[in-house]
Design a protein around this ligand. Sequence first.
Ligand SMILES: *Cc1c(COP(=O)(O)O)cnc(C)c1O
Length: 832
Amino acid sequence: MYNAESISKVLKGELLQHTGNPEIEHILLDSRKLTFPETSLFIPLVSNRRNAHQYMEEVYEKGVSNFVVSEPLEPGKFPKANIILVKDTMNALHALVAFHRQHFHIPVIGITGSNGKTVVKEWLYQLLEKDYNIVRSPKSYNSQIGVPLSVWQMKPEHTLAIFEAGISQPGEMEHLEKIIRPTIGIFTNIGEAHSEGFLNIRQKINEKLVLFSKSDLLIYSKDYLALNECVNAFHNVVGKKDNHEGGLQLFTWSRKTDADLRIIAVDKNNNQARIDALYKTEPLHITIPFVDEGSIENAIHCWALMIHLGMDQAVIQQRMDQLGNIAMRLELKQGINNCSIINDSYNSDLGSLTIALDFLQQQHQHPTLTVILSDILQSGKSDATLYEEVASLLQQKGINKLIGIGKNIGREKKSFQQITDLKSQFYLTTEEFIQSFNSQDFQHETILLKGARIFEFERIGKLLEQKVHQTILEINLSAVSHNIKQYQALLQPSTKVMAMVKAFSYGSGSFEIANLLQFHGIDYLAVAYADEGVELRRTGITMPIMVMNPEPSSFDAILQWNLEPEIYSLHLLQQFEEEVIISGKTNFPIHIKLDTGMHRLGFEKKDIPELALRLTDNEYLKVKSVFSHLAASEDPSKDLFTKLQGELFFEMSHELQKALGNAVIRHISNSSAILRHPNLQLDMVRLGIGMYGIDSSNEMQLRPVSTLKTTVAQIKHLETGETVGYGGKWVAKGPSVTATVRIGYADGYPRRLSNGVGKMLVRGQLAPVAGIVAMDMLMLDVTHIPDVAEGDEVIVFGEGLPVQQLADWAETIPYEILTGISQRVKRVYFQE
Ligand SMILES: *Cc1c(COP(=O)(O)O)cnc(C)c1O
């Protein structure tokens, strides 16, 4: 049990203010995620962009009374609080959780590596949950912040812990090692991904190995040669350390050479893989319901661990056979009757429920938030306490409707019925719910499906989700967040960000992206037309929105919905001012666009005196910002031109500002200027394409945001000389196989990619377009790719096939491809 006094001792902090010792149970880092104010300890972290100390007042008002801070405070500001002063709040967080970890003497599995960490962790959970009471990292919580939050969940009733650790820079693993202190290590693999902060692959491996400095056992594959060499060197050092009882034992496996677990054969058929191995000369095998190489590797890691734990082969085989898919992400899909569905129906525990509820609470597109929740198994708590806690979570997150499924949750229904604004219904089984399902009961709701695996909530998902055409555009919201952070890192802390969400957020969908941007505290949004802005307002977006093409016919809407027009001519200024006067409003925000060389829209230098005259002491209009647009910020050969645009902008905006008397926000940079012209950052930047993962210079570490996917409708076997598609433009040069896929030019796939110009990824390999792209379908030549089957997924662009590549083939720019994807292609959103 922790309280302010004991935590202060652990942290060797100064107890600046001490008013009592209520029990502390939760660590709160993000004020938006506050759930249990009385028992939370708020630790405001400080980075170069954000200083969470600014949220202290907010959480104090909501009832938080315990704080660890690194800044002196105004005396008397938080009279009821306990305040511990430390040098650095991140170090304090790490030290506190490392202290917590020391109290547990159970096996702790630490997982690191480039890929597969989360799958291995979740599979181990599936494989071992019958034998242990397991605590594990929620989702992919593996960072400097995610790891402490994961380990803090350890409670006396747990008998096994599984945590993952990921790093992006040298020096980070040392902190994570102290917090996780794994007794058993798994090093999944090593790849080139995320290597930004590292000199080379060996440095990266050695840094990751730090996690196992005090471990008893390390499981890894010898087939990664650099990894094997580094592990051997590491073993020579730590194996002999005095403070390391018994040293580090290695458990190796290999498909190529002698190892503890020698894999001798992998046979794939019918979506199953049988893996045969020798363990100490004993032949063993498992079968898993997956055939991809990643899954095979992940399963072998789990197998090695189960062997090490001394588990019975028959049990191992039986459980491997039932490995399930892992929901790596929270998906937001379109549902029936104008509902949105978040399907997280693969597991259910308090940690992941909290994350899913946060995601649900961030959605504003429908008036009702609904949760369909199964029994939560193996929480280690009594049902009464557990569902009491779940009920208060639902209340805190503002959930309107609960459907509880299962014996236990039903037995505790009183906890939920006490909450006034929560409607609740209970069913004994999923079957019972499905029997009484009436689709009309769900209208305009955002629905979270959260169930333990045995409840088979995917069956409920099928009833609620809209059947989609099999071509979808997947949007990775976590990648958008990542990309924004990459650009923010290039900005001064005071520079504001306007996010460009015009053209349906460059094809990625409007409110879903805007919602995320609002959540991230972006300062401004910009759309091209007023109706796009109205749509955002209707779905609950409250932040300021600039409209770049305010047509007179849309002035009404602009005034009614508080949108902020870009004004680019004296004529437009006059027209808009008249509307404002009629509406009776004053100080209505506008943005002044200057033309500095793009020659598209904007005031010219000669207009400034007249403009200044009209705006000075104008009680109807208030200039929020002055801006211009660069014509060639991405092009080094045009840097002189860009510089001149910048200078002209300084001059013109200065002149205007002098006349107005008050300071206005100035902005001129788009995505590529943020990177290439830091001196043009000014007061705000306008981030567009970069947010969606595209940077023509390739210098940013961006993540792709959208993946366009479709499926194979039919396979054709052709003889030499047979032709494919309209006009018979493609002729089989030998016996050939083609796959007909469900995408055509009506979906936005350019027709000029016909006949081998464009290619798509099938089973990880490039397949050229065979023949002419038709309206709704096209054919791919898959002769060289074994085993392509109907229903196979086909990647049009995304991970492994960048949209830039597609744009190059089509001799256009990624902007055109992205915004050209037709609205009939359903967007599916997810968060990792
Ligand atoms: C679209 C747009 C941007 C964003 O440009 P990117 O190159 O996508 O970053 C910025 N400013 C204006 C005026 C725009 O129209």
